[in-house]
Design a protein around this ligand. Structure first.
Ligand code: C2E
Ligand code: MG
Ligand code: MG
Ligand code: MG
Length: 288
């Protein structure tokens, strides 16, 4: 009996495994089609000053308009795109689209709207093409380099091989800004903050969530902000959802706030109409 049971368990297990592998293969196949047919779209989440005014900045966040599944979030495909090697082509599309949107808004308004673009470490090649592409393609569209802020994670910087470091330095010297995304949850070696010309730290949402309930989160964020400001680095709080969090972050002299309290990610046209065209714009009033 126990042998039988064991076999059934094994069969059940292997069925799941096969199903998962199949599901992944299908996803990769669909992703190839998505790249070819450009089924992607960039959403934009505006970034706000402490007083609740849109700061003429936004983060570009990829969405996939899947013909059958509808709008798919990056959480459901970025990892597979990375492991299958497709992230490079997706990153190329994101760069092209972000530069095109930013250049259109700059041309229409004469003002720079700074667009943050997420970067997977696997998009950064050894030969310098990643940095070259950003420099060349912004220039080709007459977009000031300051209009682009590239977000990398601590894990990218942990392995600070010379090709990655060299490219970040070159972009920085050219005037493209660099941010560390999800700060505080990765392998923090603070050496890179000093070594590289980092412009912005984005404090991970998990710390912001804890702000109201956890005294040590307040202390931690205070320390991060003090350190950042001493190094002339600006700080963005990610995932601000409540007015209490906003007030605490104001007291801590955080520089910028991003989160559902102010605005969710939205299609490019909606962002342009609500936050760029004819700015300064409708904003969420702060209380107190
Ligand atoms: P991220 O870069 O940390 O982006 C912030 C995520 O938090 C976004 O999720 C955003 O919608 C969400 N968010 C913002 N404010 C709030 C809030 O107040 N509450 C909550 N609960 N969530 C909030 P999204 O768009 O699903 O993106 C998830 C992740 O996918 C991003 O995290 C980023 O790591 C990755 N990603 C997005 N776009 C790209 C891309 O173009 N290229 C690459 N390589 N990765 C991307
Ligand atoms: Mg990000
Ligand atoms: Mg710089
Ligand atoms: Mg983040």
């Amino acid at each position: 009996l126990s042998k039988n049971k064991g076999r059934n368990r094994y069969e059940f297990f292997s069925y799941l495994m096969e199903d998962e592998a199949l599901e992944k293969r299908r996803l990769i196949e669909d992703l190839r089609i998505a790249i070819r047919e450009e089924q992607f779209e960039l959403y934009y989440q505006p970034i706000f000053s402490l007083d609740g005014q849109c700061a003429a900045k936004a983060e570009a966040l990829i969405r996939w308009n899947h013909p059958k599944r509808g709008l798919v979030s990056p959480g459901e495909f970025i990892e597979v795109a990375e492991s299958s090697g497709l992230i490079g082509l997706i990153g190329d599309w994101v760069r092209k689209q972000a530069i095109s949107d930013a250049a259109t808004w700059y041309e229409k308004t004469g003002h720079v709207v700074q667009i943050s673009v997420n970067t997977s470490p696997l998009q950064i090649d050894q030969g310098g093409n990643w940095a070259n592409a950003w420099i060349e393609q912004t220039a080709a569209k007459d977009l000031p380099p300051q209009a682009i802020l590239l977000e990398v994670t601590e894990n990218t910087l942990m392995d600070l091989s010379s090709p990655i470091q060299e490219q970040i330095e070159r972009l920085s010297q050219h005037g493209i800004n660099i941010a560390i995304d999800d700060f505080g949850v990765g392998y923090s070696s603070l050496a890179y903050l000093q070594k590289l010309d980092i412009d912005v730290l984005k404090i991970d949402r998990s710390f912001i969530q804890d702000l109201q309930t956890n005294e040590s989160s307040v202390a931690l964020i205070r320390a991060i902000i003090t350190m950042a400001h001493n190094l002339e680095v600006l700080v963005v709080a990610e995932g601000v959802e409540t007015e209490v969090q906003q007030q605490l972050l104001q007291q801590l002299a955080c520089d910028y706030l991003q989160g559902f309290l102010f605005a969710k990610p939205m299609p490019a046209q909606a962002f342009y109409e609500s936050y760029v065209e004819g700015a300064p714009v409708k904003t969420k009033r702060i209380s107190g």
